[in-house]
Write a protein that binds this ligand. Structure first.
Ligand code: CTP
Length: 408
């Protein structure tokens, strides 16, 4: 059974949350409720409790509430968090990341999708502060339904009226349905570093953690793709629902990638070592007393991204590479896209002051033939989700164009 965590904040429209609960329950959706102090001025905990048939939560500090179900557990148990009505104050708090009551704390702590249904006076809705808060929330991936235009309780007319409960229900249903736009597609993803042997115990490597590549594989699988992940040695878990081929060297990575073809899309997120030792020693290189350190002769590794991008019948329809740059990021990324023959480059600025390398957030630019898109700073898992969504859209468009061409 799907479960919605409904947050009812203050506003005359709060009474419509009761109708929404009735519609959700009729559809077999379980509803837990958090009622803010403002919300409780308009609807009573008793009405919500009667309709949800569950305890209504309101206080962050209530020991019984926390022992029964803490704010983390409330969000963990839900598939979706919905704020109805979302007051101007609640939206501003969400945008600022404030956590001064149970509702705002849940909203800051949740990793579930969030849907807000704003409702307020038209001048509050059009105020630059609310505009800025909404822009921030939308950029973070918060879903929004309404508000609608119409007559308001304050005898004014304009945008700010809460969306109808049936419209909110439709938005909730769309978010609860897992969507599989990549069903039937095969995605190939490279991730992690490669290890290039010097001798049986030593190797050349780099600091790649594999986090971004693994989360892209997970996001593509979530959208229904069959995913083959070719990963260098990493210390993180395999993404769920993904076939993982573990390799060590660049040459093994290339062999595993070509063996996995055909694929509809290839995403090369691995930090492949640019060179390997020409002739790794078959036995451990010993230190002879007084002898000079060994000189390592290196040869270039194959470029997996460029090889997959090379035109031919096996070329994936869409090939995506990464570029980590510390200067002239966009020029380098554009040049890399042309040089390697891939379709898109995801570029990021990895200068230490950006805090991106090793950090939780990423700020990328998507470089395509059509131009450059700057994406806002967001968690790396959100970058993966958004990229997977874009890949799904691009493959759909390509398919539609193919069909149109075949029919022409
Ligand atoms: N790549 C690859 N095989 C290689 C080297 C790189 O598939 N042998 C891919 C990476 O997975 C990534 C992109 O190419 O998608 C990065 O290109 P690269 O030339 O390695 O550039 P950077 O490491 O970003 O930087 P530089 O240009 O300084 O080498």
């Amino acid at each position: 059974m799907k479960r919605v965590l409904l947050i009812v904040s203050g506003g005359i429209a709060a009474y419509k949350a009761l109708e929404l609960v009735r519609l959700l329950r009729r559809d077999g959706v379980a509803v837990s409720t958090v009622l803010t102090e403002g919300g409780a001025q308009f609807v009573t905990p008793l009405s919500l409790q009667a309709l949800t048939e569950e305890k209504v939560y309101s206080s962050l500090w209530s020991l019984t509430d926390e022992s029964e179900m803490g704010h983390i557990q409330l969000s963990r148990a839900a598939d979706l968090v919905v704020v109805v009505p979302a007051s101007a104050n609640m939206l501003a708090k969400m945008a600022a990341g404030l956590a001064d009551d149970l509702a705002s704390t849940v909203l800051l702590a949740t990793d579930k999708p969030v849907l807000v249904a704003p409702a307020m006076n038209v001048r509050m809705w059009t105020h630059p502060a609310t505009r800025a808060a909404m822009a921030t929330l939308r950029a973070r991936g918060v879903h929004v339904v309404g508000p609608e235009e119409g007559a308001m309780a304050c005898n004014e007319y304009g945008f700010g009226r809460l969306a109808e409960p049936t419209a909110i229900l439709a938005a909730i249903q769309a978010l609860l349905q897992p969507s599989h736009p990549l069903a039937g597609r095969h995605a190939l993803v490279t991730s992690g570093p490669t290890h290039e042997p010097i001798d049986p115990v030593r190797y050349l490597a780099n600091r790649s953690s594999g986090r971004q590549g693994h989360s892209i594989a997970a996001a593509l699988a979530q959208l229904g793709a069959r995913v083959t992940l070719v990963s260098g040695p990493v210390g993180i878990a395999d993404p769920p629902g993904v076939t993982v081929h573990r390799i060590e060297t660049a040459e093994q990575m290339l062999a595993a990638c070509t063996a996995a073809l055909p694929a509809d899309v290839a995403v090369c997120a691995a930090a492949v070592a640019d060179w390997r030792v020409t002739a790794p020693a078959s036995a451990k290189i010993k230190k002879a007393p007084g002898a000079a350190p060994p000189a390592l002769a290196l040869v270039p590794n194959p470029d997996i991204l460029a090889t997959l991008s090379a035109t031919g019948s096996m070329r994936p329809q869409l090939v995506v590479g990464f570029a980590a740059e510390t200067e002239d990021m966009l020029e380098h990324a554009q040049a890399k896209r042309t040089r390697k023959g891939c379709d898109w480059i995801v570029a990021n600025d990895v200068r230490p002051e950006t805090g991106i390398m090793g950090g939780e957030l990423n700020e990328v630019h998507l470089v395509t033939a059509a131009g450059i898109e700057a994406w806002p700073r967001m968690p790396k898992s959100d970058v993966a989700g958004r990229l997977a969504q874009r890949i799904a859209e691009a493959l759909d468009i390509a398919e539609a164009l193919d069909i149109a061409e075949a029919l022409a």
